[in-house]
Design a binder for this molecule. Structure first.
Ligand code: CMX
Ligand code: CO
Length: 150
C-alpha cells in the first residue's frame, strides 16, 4: 500500500548551489548525499517531515553525472524543475507488480538500489498523465538508511 509521499525529485545543474538555496531560503538541511552511478545522478536528500507510518518525506535534489542519463536528458530538454514524485510503501515489489497488472508500464523487472539503501522502481510518465512516478521502500529501521534518516 502506498502510504505517503516519500520525496519530490528536482533536477538541477549544480547540486551544491541548489542545496544552499533550500537551506538559505527555507532552512532545509541536507540529511544525506550520495552518487548513484546506475541512475547517473549526484543526489541530496533534504528531510522535510516525519510521517505517521514511521517514514519521512524529503526533497530530493538531482544533478546529472553524465549528459546521457535520464536527468541529464531531461535537464537539456526542460531546464531545472520538478522531475518526478515518489510514493512510499513497505512493499515496492508487491505494489509495483499490482500496478503493472493494471496496465501501467513499470520500468524495471525488479526494484533497483535507491538513495539511503532504499529500493526503487519507476512508472512510465506517459502512463501516469505526464508524471514520472517512483515507488520506493525505505531501508528497514535500524539500518543506516532507515526512513527516519538515522
Ligand atoms: N516527467 C514527465 N515526462 C517525462 C519525463 C519526466 N521526468 N521524462 C521524460 N518524459 C516524457 C518526455 O517528455 C517525452 O514525451 P514526448 O514524447 O511527448 O516528448 C517522453 O517521456 C519520452 O522522453 P525521452 O526524453 O525520450 O526520455 P526517455 O524515453 O529516454 O526516458 C524515462 C524517459 C521515463 C524512461 C527515463 O527518464 C527513465 O528511465 N526514468 C527513470 C529513472 C530516473 O529518472 N532516474 C533518475 C532519478 C533517480 C532517483 O530518483 O533516485
Ligand atoms: Co527519486
Amino acid at each position: 500500500m502506498l502510504t505517503r509521499i516519500d520525496h519530490i525529485g528536482i533536477a538541477c545543474h549544480d547540486l551544491d548551489a541548489t542545496a544552499e538555496f533550500y537551506r538559505a531560503t527555507y532552512g532545509f538541511e541536507v540529511l544525506h548525499a550520495e552518487t548513484n552511478e546506475e541512475q547517473g545522478v549526484r543526489e541530496a536528500m533534504l528531510r522535510i517531515n516525519g510521517t505517521d507510518d514511521g517514514g519521512a518525506t524529503y526533497v530530493q535534489l538531482l544533478e546529472p553525472t553524465r549528459a546521457d542519463s535520464p536527468v541529464g536528458r531531461w535537464l537539456a530538454k526542460n531546464g531545472e524543475g520538478v522531475h518526478h514524485i515518489a510514493f512510499g510503501t513497505a512493499d515496492v515489489e508487491g505494489d509495483s507488480e499490482a500496478i503493472r497488472a493494471k496496465g501501467v508500464r513499470v520500468l524495471y523487472d525488479r526494484p533497483r538500489p535507491g538513495t539511503m539503501d532504499s529500493r526503487i522502481t519507476f512508472l512510465h510518465p506517459k502512463d501516469c498523465h505526464g508524471v514520472l512516478t517512483e515507488i520506493v521502500t525505505a531501508a528497514p529501521p535500524g539500518t543506516p538508511g532507515e526512513g527516519s534518516g538515522h
